[in-house]
Design a protein around this ligand. Structure first.
Ligand code: CA
Length: 222
């Protein structure tokens, strides 16, 4: 999960970067609002944490700007204690949640995870072993590292994951591929793709079993 952290307090930013890294986030740190705004426009993030009081461009302005192009990006604001106006303005500007400084780190992580769950409906994302799929961006991650998959490999993987522990037939695979508009392959071709996928999933804690005469099924490694 790629996270943008916009925070000008260097000590807090360092501590958060380390702790969020430990919690499984890949953190990009922006020390001011202008850098945050630039990074949000340039890179793709799964979630953003914006301090409101930032130099150069405040957190609310960064939020309003990113909302124009990324209405669905989960954004959590860091607000000062008692700054009720900030919180109201933040929610009005499209923030999904906020935490008030000083906050406990576990609370921040719990809020971030809740936002991520809300932003990825269960039907669109799945987690199996060390593999996670994001259907919206057609990305597969193993322990946080993106797998390089061709379009067909992605379709095959998504199908196996969606039917986990049930047999996926060769007909289903061929249909899924042709629904994508690509060429349809024969039986050999499916075997080639299964073979490639097995190699790419070696570190995922998953196995693709061949069920003779029927098809394939994916399950967690025993
Ligand atoms: Ca600040």
């Amino acid at each position: 999960m790629k996270l943008l952290l916009a925070e000008d307090d260097a000590m807090l930013a360092d501590a958060l970067t380390t702790q969020l890294g430990g919690a499984g986030f890949e953190v990009e740190h922006a020390p001011n609002g202008a850098v945050a705004d630039y990074l949000l426009g340039k890179q793709s993030f799964d979630i953003a944490v914006l301090d409101i009081g930032l130099p150069m461009l405040d957190g609310l302005s960064v939020l309003k700007h990113v909302r124009q192009t990324q209405p669905a990006l989960p954004v959590l604001l860091l607000t000062a204690r008692d700054a009720l106006d900030d919180r109201v303005a933040g929610l009005q500007a499209g923030a999904d949640d906020y935490v008030t400084k000083p906050f406990d780190f576990p609370e921040l992580v719990a809020r971030l995870q809740a936002l991520l769950r809300r932003s990825q409906p269960a039907s669109a994302s799945a987690l199996l072993g060390r593999l996670s799929l994001d259907a919206a961006s057609r990305r597969a991650l193993v322990a946080g590292d993106a797998l390089e998959l061709s379009g067909r490999e992605w379709t095959l993987l998504e199908l196996l994951v969606s039917q986990q522990s049930k047999v996926v037939t060769k007909e289903q695979i061929t249909q899924a591929w042709s629904a994508e508009g690509g060429e349809t392959g024969g039986g050999n071709s499916i075997e080639v793709y299964i073979h490639r996928l097995r190699r790419k999933l070696e570190d995922a804690g998953l196995v693709i079993r061949t069920v003779r005469g029927l098809g394939y099924l994916m399950e967690a490694e025993a």
